[in-house]
Design a protein around this ligand. Sequence first.
Ligand code: NAP
Length: 283
Amino acid sequence: MDPTQTEMPRKTCFLIGHPTGHSLSPTIHQAAYGALDMNWHYALMDVLEPDLDAVLAGIDGERIVGANVTIPHKQAVYERVDELSDTARAVGAVNTVYRRDGRLVGDNTDVAGFLGPLRAMGRDWSMARAVVLGAGGAARAVAHGLTRELGLAEVVVTARREAAARAIPDICAAPWEERVGVCAEADLIVNTTPVGMAPMEAASPLPDDFVFDAKQTVYDLIYAPETTRLMAAAQAAGASVIGGLPMLIGQAAAAFRIWTGRDMPLEAVNRALRQRMATGGSS
Ligand code: NAP
């Protein structure tokens, strides 16, 4: 977005966060623009909260089409948009912004991104019991998707700060110390804690002697490493496992559709991501 550039990209989207340096979003979106021969550009905007208003005002819906929002601004942007989608309102966080009829709209595509792999399994989840480990921003999106979109009858959230779990609507909260017992009873275990990613790659949110059932599905939101210690243990016991990469791509694809009206070319995106991760892009 350098005004001295002579050949300005026709349209720009960007990521608002702090820090943003290691984000995979530019790789995902640029690969999609390239594959579809679109003269668009995806930029990184490392922004501190006092500058958020100015950055959001720059989204004109014409040349600057929209933005993704990541840590730590998902709640702050939620407070600043003119309109919220039903999903963003229910989750209490915004990860995608765009302009509609002059008004700034905040949406949350993390929910669609999270649900994609579960829907792709083609099973009826409504009778399933799920346990969500962690009660931060991602857990709120996960819990909303499980209870409101997939209609699960029983979702237990267990977190170090039980008050944070209790603040999530439509779930049962359980103490962190009881996570082994509740996970043993679950059909679906979702890790939304950072335990398993750098600098905790060697750790798992469940103890090493936890006995997985082959009928269980274990979904770890962490995408680097692609297979966490939790996933490896579940896989070894014959359980189904899902990593965080499909969710990352799914939330990007949903934002891409909002901004461009087009489907993201997933094959090209997957290829670019694999290349980037193989050469050291980690988060
Ligand atoms: P967050 O708001 O900081 O929440 C993290 C949660 O994990 C909190 O409940 C926190 O508890 C808990 N936690 C942190 N360290 C822990 C530890 N050592 N032991 C037990 N619990 C711990 O973060 P978030 O935005 O929800 O993101 C969480 C994870 O999801 C990250 O790994 C992120 O990369 C991943 N994520 C992936 C995607 C994707 O597209 N794949 C999307 C969003 C997030 P306290 O409150 O006690 O600290």
